[in-house]
Design a protein around this ligand. Structure first.
Ligand code: MN
Length: 258
C-alpha cells in the first residue's frame, strides 16, 4: 500500500513537472530605474507583459556589464521602459538649460542591457525614453527639449492620466507597427515627453509621426529586432485594450520565435 502511494505521488509530481516545461512562456526582462534605495518600475509595464503571455522579470540598475550580459542571456526578450532624459553627453551635445532630470547611472545600465540584447539577438520593445535611448545607442541624437528646439511643436506633455489619448499619430503603411495596429493609418496616443528623436540612427526607419512632425515610432527590422515607440501603450494594454496589447504580444512572439 505504502509503495502504491509513493508511486502515485511520483507519477503526479513527474506529470506536473512535464506540464510546466511544456507551457514554457518567454521571459521578458523589463528595465527598471533606481530611486534612492529602491527598484522602480511602473506596474502597468509588468501587467501588459503578463497579459500578453510573457513572464515579466524586472531588471534592476546594475554597475557590472558582465553581470548584465549574463542576465540578458537568460531572458528571451527585452522591454526598455520610460524614465528620465538621456544625458546629452551620450550623443555628443552639451546640456541645454531646458534639459530635464537625468540619471547617468541608469543610462549606463540601460545602454549595457540594450547592447547585450543586440549582441545576443534578443528582441526589443523600447518605450518613450527606451526608444530615445535605442536611437542614441545606435548613433542617433535627440531634441533635448521639443518646445524650445522644434518649430511649431504641439503639446506632447499631457496633464491628464495616461489612459486618455492626447494627440494623433500617422503610421507608415506597410510597416511592422502598421500591421500590429490592424492596418490603421492614424491612431490617438498618449504623450508624456519633451524630448524626441532628432537625427535617426542608421538601421532604423521612422514609422510614425505626429501632425507637427515629431517622431513617434521607429523600427530596426530586419537589421535590429527593435520596435520603438514614443508613447505609452502599456497604459492601454495593461487594462486589456486588444489593439495596444498587440505590441506586447508581438514582443512575446518575437521572443518565442528565436
Ligand atoms: Mn507625443
Amino acid at each position: 500500500m505504502k509503495y502504491l502511494i509513493v508511486c502515485c505521488l511520483l507519477l503526479f509530481c513527474c506529470s506536473e513537472g512535464r506540464a510546466q516545461i511544456e507551457s514554457r512562456k518567454p521571459v521578458i526582462g523589463i528595465s527598471a530605474g533606481r530611486v534612492e534605495n529602491r527598484v522602480s518600475v511602473r506596474n502597468t509595464y509588468i501587467q501588459a507583459v503578463a497579459k500578453a503571455g510573457g513572464i515579466p522579470v524586472v531588471l534592476p540598475v546594475l554597475e557590472d556589464s558582465l553581470l548584465i550580459d549574463e542576465m540578458v542571456l537568460r531572458i528571451d526578450g527585452l522591454l526598455l521602459t520610460g524614465g528620465a532624459d538621456v544625458h546629452p553627453l551620450r550623443y555628443g551635445e552639451q546640456p541645454l538649460l531646458q534639459l530635464g532630470s537625468v540619471e547617468p547611472w541608469r543610462d549606463q545600465s540601460d545602454v549595457w542591457y540594450l547592447q547585450s540584447a543586440i549582441r545576443h539577438h534578443k528582441p526589443v520593445l523600447a518605450i518613450c525614453r527606451g526608444e530615445q535611448l535605442a536611437n542614441v545607442v545606435l548613433g542617433g541624437t535627440l531634441y533635448q527639449d521639443l518646445p524650445s528646439q522644434h518649430a511649431d511643436v504641439g503639446m506632447h506633455n499631457q496633464t491628464m492620466p495616461g489612459e486618455y489619448p492626447s494627440h494623433s499619430i500617422y503610421v507608415e503603411a506597410g510597416s511592422h507597427l502598421h500591421r500590429l495596429l490592424g492596418g490603421r493609418d492614424s491612431v490617438a496616443v498618449n504623450s508624456f515627453h519633451h524630448q524626441a528623436v532628432k537625427r535617426l540612427a542608421k538601421g532604423f526607419k521612422i514609422v510614425a509621426n505626429s501632425a507637427d512632425g515629431v517622431v513617434e515610432a521607429i523600427e530596426g527590422f530586419p537589421q535590429y529586432d527593435i520596435l520603438g515607440v514614443q508613447f505609452h501603450p502599456e497604459f492601454f494594454a495593461s487594462k486589456g485594450d486588444v489593439v495596444w496589447l498587440n505590441l506586447f504580444k508581438d514582443l512575446v512572439e518575437r521572443s518565442s520565435a528565436r
